[in-house]
Design a protein around this ligand. Structure first.
Ligand code: GLA
Length: 456
C-alpha cells in the first residue's frame, strides 16, 4: 500500500520518539448513528455508519510488559502503564483510560502472555463531538495491541469484548460504537443487533450524504455527563424490574428489549398498550419502584442504580421517568426496523421522516436533546435536509441531516449562517468564544469502512 505524506511523517516522528520503526499502522473510524438511539444496551437494534475520520496509531512491540502511549495532539499527555487484567483507572476524562480499557480487557479475557507496546496516536477524528472518538480510541488500542503481539481476533468477537471492556471508564454504554467501528462498510449502513452481536449491511441511499454539524455544546465524558448518560440505562433497568414484577414472564427479562423477542413473552407490535398498562405513572419515586417490585429501597438502589465507582446514582429531582423512557426505547426499535425496509427500497424520503420522528422521541421522551440541538435540526430541515436528528448519546455533540448530494452545499451554508452566525452568536456567544468555529465541526460524509491495520 502506498503511504501518504502524513503517514511517512508519523513514521519519522515515531522513530524519533521511540528509537525504532513502527511495525503497524492501525486506523479506527468514528461513527454517526443514523437511527436507533439508546436502544443498544436494551438489546434492541441500531443503524449507524462508520465515517471517513479516524484515530490512527503507529505501533511496535516491546520486550517487557509496559505500554507507552504518546499523542501528536499536545492536549493528550504521554503516559505509560503495565499490562494486567486489573489496571488502575486514571482520573475521569484522561485519554489513557481508553487505552487501558482495551489492554485491561484483552489481558483479562485472553490470558495470553502479551508483551507491551510503544504507540503513537494521531488522526483527524474530533473528540467530545458525539462521533464516538472514545470507542475509536478503544478499538484502535485493542487492534494495535493485538497486531503488535502477532495475534488475531474475530472482528465480531473483538467488538463485543471491547463493548464490555469500555465499561472500565465508567460509562454503561451498549455495544454500538465498538461494533460499527469494527464492522463499518463503504456505502452501507449497518443494522446491529445485540446479545449476541449480529450485523446486517443496509444500502445507503445513492446520491445522498449525511451532513454532520456540531452543536458546539461539548459532550465530554466528565462526571456530570456520565451521570446524565448512565441514568438512562438505570431507568431502563427499573423498567425491566417492573415488567418482571407485574407480568411474571416465565423467563425473567434481563433487559427491556427482551419483551420484544420471542422467548415466551413477546409484546409484539402492541407496545403502546403495554406501556400504558405497565407504567401508568408519569414519574416514579424510589419508594414507588420498591413497592411494585417488592424490594426495599436499599436493594432497588443496589440492584439497579449502581455505578462503577460504587457510589449509587442519586434519585433525580423529577423522579424516574420510566414510562417515557420505555416508550422511547420500544418505539425507536420499531423505527429502526422500518428504516431498514425503506432503505432497502431506496426510499430516502421515508427514511428522513423516520429520522425526524426519532429526534422528537429522543427530545420529548428520552430527554437527551438540548435547545441547541433542537435549533440545529430545525435549520437543517429548513435548508433542505430530508430528515435531521441528534446522533449518539445526546446532551450536546452533533446533529446529522440526510441530504441529497445536490443540496449538501445549500444545507451547510444554511447551518453556517442560521445556526453558527445567527443563533449561536446571539443566544450562546459563550460557546463561540470558547470554541472557534472551524470546518472540523461541519462536514458531509458517506458511509466508510471499519477499522483495519497494515504492516509498515
Ligand atoms: C453512546 C454509547 C452507545 C449508545 C449511544 C446512544 O454513544 O456509547 O452505546 O448507547 O450512546 O445510542
Amino acid at each position: 500500500m502506498s503511504r501518504d505524506i502524513k503517514e511517512n511523517y508519523i513514521i519519522k516522528q515515531f522513530t524519533a520518539e521511540f528509537n525504532e520503526q513502527p511495525a503497524f499502522i492501525v486506523r479506527a473510524p468514528g461513527r454517526v448513528n443514523l437511527i436507533g438511539e439508546h436502544t443498544d444496551y436494551n438489546g434492541l437494534p441500531v443503524m449507524p455508519i462508520a465515517i471517513p475520520y479516524t484515530i490512527k496509531v503507529a505501533v511496535s512491540l516491546r520486550t517487557d510488559n509496559r505500554v507507552y502511549i504518546k499523542n501528536t495532539d499536545y492536549r493528550f499527555k504521554p503516559s505509560s502503564f503495565d499490562i494486567s487484567g486489573d489496571i488502575p483507572v486514571s482520573e475521569a476524562g484522561d485519554w489513557s483510560n481508553y487505552v487501558k480499557a482495551a489492554v485491561n480487557e484483552l489481558s483479562r479475557r485472553y490470558k495470553t502472555e502479551f508483551k507491551g507496546m510503544n504507540a503513537l496516536y494521531y488522526g483527524d477524528l474530533p473528540s467530545s463531538a458525539g462521533l464516538s472518538s472514545s470507542s475509536a480510541l478503544v478499538i484502535a488500542s485493542a487492534l494495535s495491541f493485538i497486531a503488535a503481539n502477532g495475534q488475531r481476533i474475530d472482528p465480531v468477537e473483538l467488538a463485543e469484548a471491547m463493548a464490555y471492556g469500555e465499561h472500565y471508564v465508567g460509562t454503561q454504554g451498549g455495544g454500538m460504537d465498538q461494533a460499527i467501528c469494527m464492522l463499518g462498510r463503504k456505502n452501507n449502513a449497518v443494522k446491529l443487533d445485540f446479545f449476541p452481536l449480529r450485523h446486517q449491511y443496509v444500502p445507503f441511499p445513492e446520491n445522498h450524504s449525511i451532513v454532520v454539524a456540531h452543536s458546539l455544546v461539548r459532550a465530554a465524558k466528565t462526571e456530570n455527563a456520565l451521570l446524565s448518560y448512565n441514568r438512562r440505562p438505570a431507568e431502563c433497568r427499573l423498567a425491566t424490574a417492573i415488567i418482571n414484577a407485574t407480568h411474571h414472564p416465565a423467563i425473567p427479562l434481563k433487559r427491556l428489549g427482551d419483551c420484544c423477542i420471542d422467548n415466551g413473552f413477546d409484546i409484539g407490535d402492541s407496545y403502546l398498550d403495554f406501556v400504558d398498562q405497565t407504567f401508568p405513572e408519569k414519574s416514579y419515586s424510589l419508594e414507588d419502584v420498591a413497592s411494585i417490585t417488592g424490594e426495599t429501597c436499599e436493594s432497588v438502589t443496589k440492584n439497579y442504580l449502581y455505578t462503577r465507582s460504587g457510589v449509587p446514582m442519586p434519585v433525580p429531582p423529577e423522579g424516574f421517568l420510566i414510562r417515557q423512557r420505555a416508550l422511547h426505547v420500544l418505539s425507536e426499535a420499531h423505527r429502526v426496523e422500518e428504516s431498514v425496509q425503506v432503505m432497502e427500497n431506496g426510499d430516502a424520503k421515508s427514511f428522513g421522516i423516520l429520522m425526524n420522528r426519532s429526534h422528537k422521541s429522543c427530545d420529548e421522551l428520552y430527554g437527551i436533546s438540548t435547545p441547541e440541538l433542537n435549533t440545529l435540526v430545525g435549520v437543517m430541515r429548513d435548508y433542505g435536509a430530508l430528515g435531521a436528528r441528534l446522533t449518539g448519546a445526546g446532551f450536546g455533540g452533533c446533529a446529522i441531516g440526510l441530504v441529497r448530494d445536490d443540496d449538501v452545499a445549500k444545507v451547510m451554508n444554511g447551518v453556517r449562517e442560521a445556526y453558527y452566525k445567527t443563533y449561536i452568536r446571539s443566544k450562546r456567544p459563550d460557546l463561540m468564544a470558547s470554541d472557534e468555529f472551524d470546518d472540523s465541526l461541519l462536514f458531509s460524509v458517506k458511509p466508510a469502512d471499519g477499522a483495519s491495520y497494515d504492516k509498515v
